[in-house]
Design a binder for this molecule. Sequence first.
Ligand code: FAD
Length: 315
Amino acid sequence: MMAALKRLMHLRGELLEEVSMARHVSWRAGGVVERFYTPVDIEDLSLFLQGLPPGEPVYFIGLGSNLLVRDGGLRGTVVHLHAALGDIHFEACDSRNGCAEQDADTHGVVYAQAGVASPKVARFAANHDLVGAEFLAGIPGTLGGALAMNAGCYGRETWEFVSLVQTIDRHGEVHARAPKEFDIAYRHVAAKPEREEWFLSAWLRLPKGDGAAAREEIKRLLAKRVASQPLALPNAGSVFRNPPGDFAARLIEGCGLKGFWIGQAQVSEKHANFIVNLGGASASDIESLIETVQQAVLDKTGVALEREVRIIGDK
Ligand SMILES: Cc1cc2nc3c(=O)[nH]c(=O)nc-3n(C[C@H](O)[C@H](O)[C@H](O)COP(=O)(O)OP(=O)(O)OC[C@H]3O[C@@H](n4cnc5c(N)ncnc54)[C@H](O)[C@@H]3O)c2cc1C
């Protein structure tokens, strides 16, 4: 049915069936998705969405660095943006990109599409003498994922810099949206009013500054990560949000759970808010470990840890 749709709609992207999501998530674990579409550009993506049957579940993904698909797999279609939508360029402040013209002396704008890797956005900004986006260098996802998650670290968050975004809806229609059209908080972004739309691109308004210093800062932040995170084993970054005024890692460590494992999934010895795949972990190993940690922390401290990583699909 979908192959016929592809021919009928003259789609130029790649449509695959029965794709293992373990290949597309940083945990390197999990089930199979029924259909997997990589568009060529926004026009192609729009045509694809227009042709989808009304009930078809749709999931957009970037680099899968905050995502787990359960072992039973996922019904519907994954739209994969990392290998697509990769434009990035500099723009002067202009009312059309949400950055007032009178700010043009002090600010500049980076336009990036959702498939661009966040570290590339950080380097691009620094190379154009714009500062503030250095934190994105250590977040190994796409800008689309960073917009969906309000990704952040070291006191900075993605949406602090967003002046405008472009979204696409189920009917393939493209919209320009201002930040005020979203409810934005710590690792939380929701369209208001609620609507089913995905991110295509963003304009990031950044102060002009010392690009060489920004490049040094990127190096410093990356070195800090290498020293504190278990980057040699597959993981999905912080598993839990930090509860107000505290750190999930501190609570987990306090419960003696560093190094605790289920199957091939282990609470990292290096950073207790990371779960690593020791090799061949199932999504169920990882999810069981997440639930066990949540229960242990609740029992011992009374704090209900909330998941930051997204888990989808059937058990
Ligand atoms: C080693 C490591 C370190 C990390 N450090 C940090 C950190 O410091 N701070 C931090 O915030 N995160 C961190 N993360 C988590 C992760 O990198 C971020 O959440 C990242 O922004 C996810 O981007 P992605 O492209 O991989 O998204 P995915 O994992 O592919 O998707 C994540 C969610 O976003 C949705 N999504 C993806 N693209 C779109 C789109 N275009 N439109 C709408 N929804 C979309 C997906 O449906 C899913 O719900 C880390 C992860 C790793 C592995």
